[in-house]
Design a protein around this ligand. Structure first.
Ligand code: PMV
Length: 328
């Protein structure tokens, strides 16, 4: 059976950076994200007799060996759990730039977990899907759920409680994100390599781990109270703290370009002028501005004035990962 799924990307308001177990992909800290409606991956999977290896088509092209290898290793977990030895044909596409700090691995592995496990005949609960997706990418565990989502670092050594959960539905609070694309290039240091060098060399790593529980508690509270200023201040704080941590690694990781920095200043200036907008940035140069619906037009117009902004994507909060097609 070929199963097609769709999963939305997500953006962390309280960031995850650092792994406590590389093999099981266990995060060293929890994180809180919002799931994004307009950025998604669609993937279809079919396990087929007669294939001598997995075949991956990514964004319309036969995928590179490293990309296929990562997907194959993930499908090996599903093959083991479902007792199948068959290889698969996987067709996957993102509706946004891949590997440029827009969390394509988040939507990609959440989608692959759902499509792959269903195609193999496994009927997993959302929590089990989240655990499976985590093995592909930490942030993917969050993309199983819509709305506001918390990823728990978990206590169990086997990772069974290192899963995400929804903390509020998308309808609870209509937040908007305006994403400024400042480069469409693939990033130079992927998040896993970046996290390893940070853990091994950044002197701020222990402080990052120690201070994380407090950030999560404050963000949960800001969401519960729908306090936009508190949410925005915490979002910028967590973003800058993560980048400072990574910049202090040896060699330091700098994911930003000139436009990224210009936009940081611009957003802070807009706030001084009375426009409630805050930024966040992942392991890439794109800037994501968070605001309430009534300010979307103004924020978009201001961001577009910067000549370094290649294009702008607007999105609200998205829903759960879901199956969109099945055929025999
Ligand atoms: O799960 P990964 O490997 O895509 O790493 C995600 C890291 C950040 O995007 C920078 C932060 C986060 O929590 O999403």
């Amino acid at each position: 059976m070929r199963v097609k799924a769709r999963a939305n990307s997500n953006i962390a308001l309280i960031k995850y950076w650092g792994k406590k177990n590389i093999g099981l992909n266990l995060p060293a800290v929890g994180s809180i994200s919002i799931t994004l409606n307009e950025l998604y991956t669609e993937t279809s999977v079919e396990f087929k007799a007669g294939l001598s290896q997995d075949h991956l088509v990514l964004n319309g092209q036969s995928a590179s060996a490293p990309d296929t290898g990562r997907v194959s290793r993930f499908l090996d977990i599903i093959r083991k759990r479902s007792n199948t030895g068959l290889f698969a044909e996987i067709i996957s596409a993102n509706n946004f730039p891949t590997s440029a700090g827009l969390a394509s691995s988040a939507s990609g592995f959440a989608c692959l977990a759902l499509a792959g496990s269903s195609a193999a005949g496994l009927d997993l609960t959302p929590v089990q899907l989240s655990e499976l997706a985590r093995l592909g990418s930490g942030s993917a565990a969050r993309s199983i759920f819509g709305g506001f989502v918390e990823m728990k670092k978990g206590l169990e050594s086997d990772g069974s409680d290192s899963v995400a959960e929804q903390i509020a539905m998308r309808k609870f609070w209509d937040l908007r994100l305006i994403i400024a694309i400042t480069s469409e290039e693939k990033k130079k240091t992927g998040s896993t390599d970046g996290m390893i060098v940070t853990r091994d060399t950044s002197p701020y790593y222990s402080a990052w781990i120690e201070s994380s529980e407090n950030d999560l508690a404050e963000m949960r509270d800001a969401i519960r109270r729908r306090d936009f200023e508190a949410l925005g201040e915490l979002t910028e704080y967590s973003c800058l703290k993560m980048h400072a941590l990574a910049m202090a690694a040896k060699p330091g990781l700098i994911y930003w370009n000139n436009t990224t920095i210009d936009l940081i200043h611009m957003i802070r200036d807009l706030r001084k002028k009375g426009l409630p907008v805050y930024f966040t940035i992942d392991a890439g140069p794109q800037v994501k501005a968070v605001c309430l619906p009534e300010y979307v037009g103004q924020v978009r117009d201001e961001i577009r004035k910067n000549p370094g902004v290649l294009r702008v994507i607007e999105t609200g909060l998205g829903g759960d990962a879901m199956i969109v097609g099945e055929e025999n």
